[in-house]
Design a protein around this ligand. Structure first.
Ligand SMILES: Cc1cc2nc3c(=O)[nH]c(=O)nc-3n(C[C@H](O)[C@H](O)[C@H](O)COP(=O)(O)O)c2cc1C
Length: 169
């Protein structure tokens, strides 16, 4: 079989091209065996399958929360509203307890569901794929929910390193 040719771009060019793809923003949350709550901002979330219900997201291998996500069976994907930009930044940057002052409730699996999320997916992790400098997680959705006023709430959108609300065309 023919092998891949070497890239015709540098890493900055690759990132710039990738960043043109607009995504929603999620916070993936879990609870470590120690009881510590863990959460990270992720835009790599996507749907995979309706039957069975599967979703995916990816996490940088060097991520501080990787040791917990590598072993935990459950996590929640929280889809952020535009009004939750502060949570997006908090779960991407804060080094200490990211849950301090963040209202949440435990889902049936005991994993934290963030109040005000536009939608949430409570997942049992099904598989992990090591690819390059990231690990792809595929989760089987056990329960999901949508904010009561979802139709009136703008999602948070990330594109080209900037945050946007969403306007209907
Ligand atoms: C909008 C946005 C999207 C992000 N998406 C991802 C992602 O999909 N995967 C990832 O590994 N990091 C992503 N990050 C970076 C992580 O949120 C950030 O590195 C975080 O500090 C990781 O936490 P940890 O090192 O405590 O695990 C994103 C950051 C932002 C602001």
């Amino acid at each position: 079989m023919k092998r891949a040719s070497p890239p015709n771009f540098d890493q900055a060019g690759f990132k710039q091209a990738l960043s043109q793809f607009a995504t929603g923003v999620t916070v993936i949350t879990t609870r470590a065996a120690s009881g510590q709550l863990i959460g990270i901002t992720a835009s790599s979330f996507n749907s995979v399958s309706l039957d069975p219900p599967l979703v995916l997201w990816s996490l940088a291998t060097r991520s501080a929360s990787m040791p917990v996500f590598r072993v935990n069976s459950h996590y929640v994907v929280n889809v952020l509203a535009a009004s939750q930009l502060d949570l997006c930044k908090r779960f991407a940057t804060v080094k200490g307890d990211r849950f301090e002052g963040v209202s949440h409730a435990a889902g049936d699996s005991g994993m934290p569901v963030l109040d005000g999320a536009l939608a949430w997916f409570e997942c049992h992790n099904r598989s992990r794929y090591e690819e390059g400098d990231h690990v792809i997680f595929v989760g089987e959705v056990e329960r999901c929910g949508v904010h009561d006023n979802a139709a009136d709430i703008a999602p948070l959108v990330f594109q080209s390193g900037q945050f946007h609300g969403l306007k209907l065309l």
